[in-house]
Design a protein around this ligand. Sequence first.
Ligand code: SAM
Length: 227
Amino acid sequence: MPTDAYDAFLADLPKVHTWDGGKTWNAGGFGANALAALRKSLEAELAGVRPVIAETGAGNSTIMFLFMKPKHVYSISVDADVYPRVVEYCEKAGVAHDMLEYTVGRSEAVLPEFAAGLRAKNVQLDIALMDGGHGWPTVFVDFCYLNAGLRKGGLLIVDDLQIYAVNEFARWLARLPQFELVLNLKKVLIFRKSWAFDYLSDFGAQPYIVERTKARQTSADPYDFGE
Ligand SMILES: C[S@@+](CC[C@H](N)C(=O)[O-])C[C@H]1O[C@@H](n2cnc3c(N)ncnc32)[C@H](O)[C@@H]1O
């Protein structure tokens, strides 16, 4: 039996997503074990700070963040319909959602202005989740602008390592000295940003790119791009 509202949430995750016009419904990519482990790790890392959170891709991640008594949650998703489902669940479960600011749109379009707005308000993110579009360039665009808003010591969550575009991104990120892996759930990772910086230096200071470039330079044709 669930002992509190979060346990009840995990025991029966709301099916907030439909991607076929309502024929089938699902809870999204995070299972109960991942949501339990993520919240535990995030709260341990935050040590009592009421976090400012931003995410690309809304759903049960949004509800988990609202359970964490955040100062603010910025959620950016192309799915307008997920918002009322999140609100409906929170109201039934008695979870406050007045600090949720939901923007409907592609993260690539929304994030540049969003990051500029944070800077203008002098607000920094404690947590950022990348879980909207999982192709290129979306993954890197999301990283670029979420990172620009993330404070030193802030936590970056990267979901869906099974997708090539995300996996390559994670390989690149894991090698940067500016990020430290704090939780590895295989499909989903949490990194801590250990340096204060808005933008990264060029490729020469990015170990994964340096390594892959060396491999390319010693290959038969460094200019081959598989055409
Ligand atoms: C895998 S789901 C996960 C969402 C959420 N984190 C959850 O816990 O359910 C990804 C969502 O991002 C949305 N999405 C896809 N591309 C996007 C983009 N470029 N910008 C914003 N949202 C996007 C999808 O429609 C989908 O609902």
